[in-house]
Design a protein around this ligand. Structure first.
Ligand code: FAD
Ligand code: DHB
Length: 395
């Protein structure tokens, strides 16, 4: 692809947020360019989220990016919660008016969007490291980047920072204009991928005296599992047998359930953080996805929030193109932040209800168990969890 020097919407970052935004804009006939620092296979193989909300799936379908998802994605109608050696299933459709979620890995969403983009000839540049975004408060903001060893610029009408938590676009907003809110958790997730059929039909979120565990999956033959571990844990310091033994202990329930073991093919430790930037727009620079907010992964909101940001943003750009007015773009930050804070609350609720903090008192543990008992006893409490898990409607 030739390197353009001018576009309508310049997108920094080709993760799920940047790629979906480009797809939505391209379908609407808007001119855009995506600049991604890494190469294609790195972006496609990066192991991350696995659950898609109904609204994310609807958006992928509407832009013609769900053909493989509809073939290979696993529809899940509920989750299982485990605590005190017992289990309780939360049924989504009956509690949410028919909504559900899909197990379809972020790696696959990214592969599908890249394939479509390549087929359409939509401008997507890999190995394009953005070094700065300037002129946010002018009519012609500029992306500065290097590609194949050459420094280049891309002049834009608008720039969207979809470059994740460590990206550079956020720096285009002057420090005095930016408010950040943050909580770092005193534990991490040890995630593994294993070549073994899942030992469950639906995801299991387990509270245990030894800490949290999650059983997820990638396909009928590949399992994805997570263990709460202390911050700073070296993933190489656990043997495969130690990992499986610990998972088995944390998932234990009365009535004899068995965890199948298999070869572990990937392992990584992920720190956990809640983070919000306000506002999500300054001048002609807008932030979307992890560039603007991070949630702890319990509850699977990160990727879905990134998707809902760019759905709102694509509609705002369509409104601007059709009417020439910036009202929807002006409202972008406030519209998204409402949903972002709801998801922050839910992710924090799921995290603090299911994990055991290093300094947690027996009193706090009793509160967690009382909360889980409440979800099991009350359809209202279960519905609150289910509605948030399947995702609230995109504005
Ligand atoms: P990203 O996916 O981070 O994409 C940003 C892109 O920008 C990247 O491709 C990056 O290479 C590119 N980029 C960065 N800087 C530059 C630059 N200077 N120039 C050009 N390009 C740049 N969520 C869940 O729901 N469940 C999970 O299990 C889960 N696991 C996770 C594990 C990890 C290690 C991480 C980091 C996140 C995880 N998340 C999970 C969160 C979820 O994956 C993110 O919310 C989602 O990836 C957000 O998409 P994004 O496009 O906003 O950001
Ligand atoms: C997965 C990740 C999550 O954070 C979650 O809550 C459920 C599933 C996953 O990677 O499959």
């Amino acid at each position: 692809m030739t390197t353009p020097s001018r576009t309508t919407v310049g997108i920094v970052g080709g993760g799920p947020a940047g790629l979906l935004l480009a797809r939505l804009l391209h379908r609407a006939g808007a001119d855009c360019v995506v600049l991604e620092a890494r190469n294609r296979s790195y972006v496609e193989e990066r192991q991350r989220a696995g659950i898609l909300e109904q609204g994310t799936v609807d958006a992928l379908r509407a832009c013609g990016a769900a053909e493989r998802l509809d073939r290979e994605g696993l529809v899940h109608n509920g989750i299982e919660l485990r605590w005190n050696r017992r289990s309780h299933r939360v049924d989504f459709p009956s509690l949410t008016g028919g909504r559900r979620v899909w197990v379809y890995a972020q790696t696959e969403v990214v592969k599908d969007l890249i394939a479509l983009s390549t087929a359409d000839g939509a401008p997507l540049l890999f190995d394009a490291q953005v070094t700065a975004v300037t002129g946010a408060d002018t009519d012609r903001p500029v992306i500065h980047y290097t590609h194949e060893g050459t420094a280049r610029t891309l002049a834009c009408d608008y720039i969207v920072g979809c470059d994740g938590f460590h990206g550079v676009a956020r720096k285009a907003i002057p420090e005095g204009q930016l408010h950040t809110f943050e909580r770092v958790y005193p534990y991490s997730w040890f995630g593994i991928l294993a070549d073994v059929p899942p030992s469950c039909d639906e995801l299991i979120y387990a509270h245990s005296p030894r800490g949290f565990a999650l059983h997820s999956m990638r396909s009928p033959t590949v399992s994805r599992l997570y263990l709460q571990v202390p911050n700073g844990t070296d993933p190489a310091s656990w043997s495969d047998q130690e990992i499986w033994d610990e998972l088995e202990t944390r998932f234990a329930v009365d009535g004899g359930w068995k965890l199948a073991r298999g070869p572990i093919t990937q392992r990584a430790v992920l720190p956990m953080r809640s983070f919000v930037t306000e506002p999500m727009r300054w001048g002609r620079v807008l932030l979307a996805g992890d560039a603007a907010h991070i949630v702890p992964p319990t509850g699977a909101k990160g990727l879905n929030l990134a998707a809902s940001d760019v759905i709102v943003l694509a509609r705002a750009f369509a409104h601007w193109t059709a009417t020439g007015t910036t009202a929807a773009l002006d409202a972008y930050s406030n519209t998204c932040l409402q949903r972002v804070w709801r998801a922050q609350h839910f992710s924090s609720f799921m995290t603090t209800t299911l994990h055991t903090a290093p300094d947690q008192s027996p009193f706090e543990t009793r509160l967690q168990l009382a909360q889980l008992d409440r979800v099991a006893a009350s359809p209202h409490a279960a519905a609150e969890l289910a509605e948030n898990y399947v995702g609230l409607p995109v504005e």
